[in-house]
Design a binder for this molecule. Structure first.
Ligand SMILES: [Zn+2]
Length: 486
């Protein structure tokens, strides 16, 4: 029986348009999902939207519409990334649905009763982060993320006894029972845990939340704090409320993909909640960095929010995916610019990959339209599938693509060296010609297959061309930008 693989993205707030930073995350998760499908696993890939947040209430108030209307409109934009970026997600799960409400209530009720307790609390609250900060978290009295002054809020809330789980969390992460990648983030969360964990607020007054959110079971004066609610989506989306077959098959998650800013929620709060409810922990957490644009942090105030829809419309989904997966370091911050995207398009996609596929199919059409029995390509011509697999085990998309594009380069050199067009003019060298074309068809098919998780549209065109009889020359996969560019 094929094994299963469950991968998720974080669920973004939907109070703004999707930007290039979230496109990075969802494309990374999509590459992982497609890779495991290629390995023959039953994959479930879930993304969605975090809608029970006070930020949405405020955004709706500012625009004079209902929160529901705001969420419907904005979550539809995030769901539309599927088509724009050629994503293969099985679900787009919204936290305003009944399945989620029932699931979160169930998870709350399953937590060890001694872990959820009421406490009077006074703290610094950043609405942007939906987080209470202690004075030592603040930078110059301001939110470290938003650089704004937090509100001082005093009320009685429910708290989750995170402090109790310090040793168990330490063990789970240090031992890789819950594997945090990369190592730098693993060390960061271990030192955070070892400094001592403070219990965290898991509810707020229904009045402060404007009655938007999930009521605390048995205490309707309180709604759940957004992290308890949002993190739960990873189980509720599978049908946890009803112990569905999908939940039983897919939980625990094989991988959560997140950005570095929400590490502690996913590597401390979330596993502790699961421990309290006696549910199995996810197996791995992959943490990516942030994207800067022309060296600047993305932000509305900077006016440099890059829109993934217009980029994909102009350059195609594959080129945008390619840039994000190969030119942005998988675990560190990376920079995006139109110039760098266009340079990668021309050099790697139009010249190297597109050109190679055009040449192979062109020569096959002329010299071997019926194809050949697949022979082994000469050593090193094909991508090393094992090296690609090892890179994908580390979520190192760049290394996986380095291996595949190394093969593209070797194939282009092989064509220069063997000169099949010259062999074709000499009947006594027919077997050499046959050998060269066979080798290129074998390597080309292998490239087409392995590149699928990263460039799904191009991969399909290549695979179709290689499988067709007679083989016909592929039209350019990546037409040169020419006037299309800046
Ligand atoms: Zn903030």
């Amino acid at each position: 029986m094929a094994s299963k693989y469950y991968v998720t993205t974080a669920i973004p707030y939907v109070n703004a348009e999707p930007h290039i930073g979230f496109a990075l995350e969802i494309v990374q998760a999509d590459a992982v999902a497609r890779w495991h499908r290629l390995l023959g696993k039953r994959v479930y890939f879930q993304t969605g939207s975090d809608e029970n947040s006070l930020k949405n209430v405020q955004a709706a108030e500012a625009r004079g519409i209902s929160v529901r209307e705001l969420c419907d409109g904005n979550s539809a934009r995030f769901a539309a990334l599927k088509e724009a970026l050629d994503l293969s997600n099985d679900a787009f799960f919204r936290t305003t649905c009944d399945l989620h409400f029932r699931g979160v209530s169930k998870l709350w009720s399953m937590c060890d009763p001694e872990d959820l307790y009421r406490k009077r609390y006074r703290g610094f609250y950043c609405v942007g982060c939906e987080t209470f900060y202690t004075p030592k978290d603040l930078v110059g009295g301001k939110c470290p993320e938003h650089k704004t002054e937090p509100e001082v809020i005093e009320e009685e809330n429910y708290f989750f006894r995170l402090s109790k789980y310090r040793d168990r969390l330490d063990r789970a992460i240090a031992s890789d029972e819950y594997r945090v990648v990369p190592e730098t983030r693993k060390n960061e969360i271990l030192s955070f845990i070892r400094m001592g964990l403070e219990d965290f607020s898991v509810s707020r007054s229904a009045a402060r939340a404007r009655n938007w959110g999930i009521p605390v079971p048995g205490d309707p004066g309180q709604v759940m704090y957004v992290w308890f609610d949002a993190l739960s989506n990873y189980v509720t989306g599978l049908g946890f409320a009803d112990e569905s077959a999908l939940f039983k098959e897919m939980w625990p998650a094989d991988l959560h993909v997140i950005g570095k800013g929400i590490l502690r929620f996913h590597a401390a709060y979330w596993p502790a909640m699961l421990m309290s409810a006696r549910l199995p922990l996810p197996k791995a957490l992959f943490v990516h960095g942030y994207i800067t644009v022309n060296g600047q942090k993305i932000g509305k105030s900077l006016g440099n929010v890059i829109d993934p829809f217009s980029l994909a419309a102009k350059y195609g989904s594959d080129p945008l995916r390619y840039f994000l997966l190969r030119k942005i370091p998988p675990c560190e911050d990376g920079d995006f610019s139109i110039a760098a995207l266009e340079a990668a398009y021309d050099a790697d996609l139009a010249n190297a990959l597109g050109n190679l596929m055009g040449r192979i199919t062109n020569m096959a059409e002329r010299y071997a339209p019926g194809g050949f029995e697949r022979t082994e390509a000469p050593d090193g011509l094909e991508p090393d599938a094992k090296a690609v697999a090892e890179a994908m085990d580390r979520y190192d998309f760049r290394a996986a693509l380095d291996e595949i594009f190394g093969s593209v380069e070797r194939c282009n050199m092989y064509i220069e060296q063997t000169k099949p067009w010259a062999l074709a003019k000499d009947a006594s060298r027919a077997s050499e010609l046959r050998e060269a074309i066979s080798a290129l068809l074998a390597a080309g098919s292998s490239i087409a297959r392995l590149i699928g998780p990263f460039l799904p549209a191009a991969s399909e065109k290549m695979a179709t061309a290689f499988a067709s009889r007679p083989i016909r020359k592929l039209p350019p996969l990546f037409p040169r930008l020419g006037g299309k560019g800046a």
